[in-house]
Design a protein around this ligand. Structure first.
Ligand SMILES: [Zn+2]
Length: 292
């Protein structure tokens, strides 16, 4: 196989470096694989405008018009407004509910606001029917600022933000297959598919802790630094990321990995990717700037 046919992985850091001054178009090899965060950056880098995203440029490049090196998550160098974030939380709640990850009033979602406070879904509300007002603003030391009564799992969210300054959004849900594995004491830490190794990394299993208490945040503390998704024994899953979309996608990917694991186990046990090949995948993962 020639080099030209090999896939190229581009991290968002590399994309930022490629970003020319003045928001001019940048050429990205057509065979490039870019991380979800990088895609956000391309989509929202400048005035939320993606010019010619699918247009083939000369040679083997796709040309994108991107911004001026501004924050990939927000565009225009500004943090998203609180109303916009509320809308995004509503949308994320609906998607989680439709996927069956948060039946009844399960699950909770939060974002870190520009002033350092946290916006979190209210207690006892269906995520499928959230309204922008069904949220609470709390401080990083857990004090109520405004809105409705916060989710009982607010301490879990605050612990993630405290330990991971890079994280701007946290999603906690009970996706049934992943939660089933977590209840059987099975972590998602085996190299079963290349996509899981690259996109998700290892998902560890935190020891059981009583929901809605400080035990849950204590149970994950040691795992936060080196992972982007954690399974909670006999409870559910928490994922987080630099955007709400990244945190949500990780939750989807965890459930997908759980389903794949379940099928492989049913069929006599997964045949793992050989260690030397896993190493290659982990190098790609590192280049994408992912943890875990
Ligand atoms: Zn829960």
């Amino acid at each position: 196989m020639s080099d030209k046919k090999e896939k190229i992985f581009i991290s968002d850091w590399e994309l930022r470096r490629m970003n020319p001054p003045g928001g001019k178009a940048v050429s990205i090899p057509e065979n490039a694989i870019i991380s979800p965060l990088s895609r956000d950056w391309l989509d929202y880098g400048g005035e939320r405008e993606r010019v010619g995203g699918l247009e083939r440029g000369t040679g083997h490049c796709i040309r994108w018009r991107v911004g001026n090196g501004q924050d990939p998550r927000t565009g225009n160098g500004a943090k998203p407004k609180e109303e916009e974030l509320r809308e995004r939380i509503v949308e994320t709640g609906r998607k989680l509910y439709e996927l069956g990850f948060v039946p009844a009033t399960d699950g909770n979602i939060s974002v870190r606001l520009a002033d350092g406070s946290v916006l979190i879904t209210a207690s006892g509300v269906s995520k499928g029917k959230l309204a922008p007002a069904d949220m609470a603003r709390i401080s990083m030391d857990g004090k109520f600022i405004s809105g409705r009564k916060p989710s009982s799992e607010y301490l879990l969210h605050l612990r993630v933000y405290a330990k991971r300054p890079d994280v701007l959004a946290v999603v906690h849900a009970h996706p049934p297959v992943a939660t089933g594995l977590a209840s059987a004491g099975i972590a998602l830490d085996k190299p079963l598919t290349s996509e899981i190794v690259i996109g998700l990394g290892k998902v560890p299993l935190a020891p059981y802790a009583t929901p809605g208490t400080g035990e849950v945040s204590d149970s994950i503390t040691g795992l936060l630094e080196s992972h982007n998704a954690i399974m909670l024994a006999n409870h559910g899953v928490v994922t987080y990321g630099a955007s709400l979309e990244a945190a949500f996608q990780r939750m989807e990917t965890v459930e997908q990995a759980a389903k794949i694991t379940l099928v492989a186990e049913h069929l006599g046990g997964g045949k793992l990717i050989p260690p030397d090949k896993v190493k290659k995948l982990e190098e790609i993962r590192k280049r994408l700037g992912e943890k875990g």
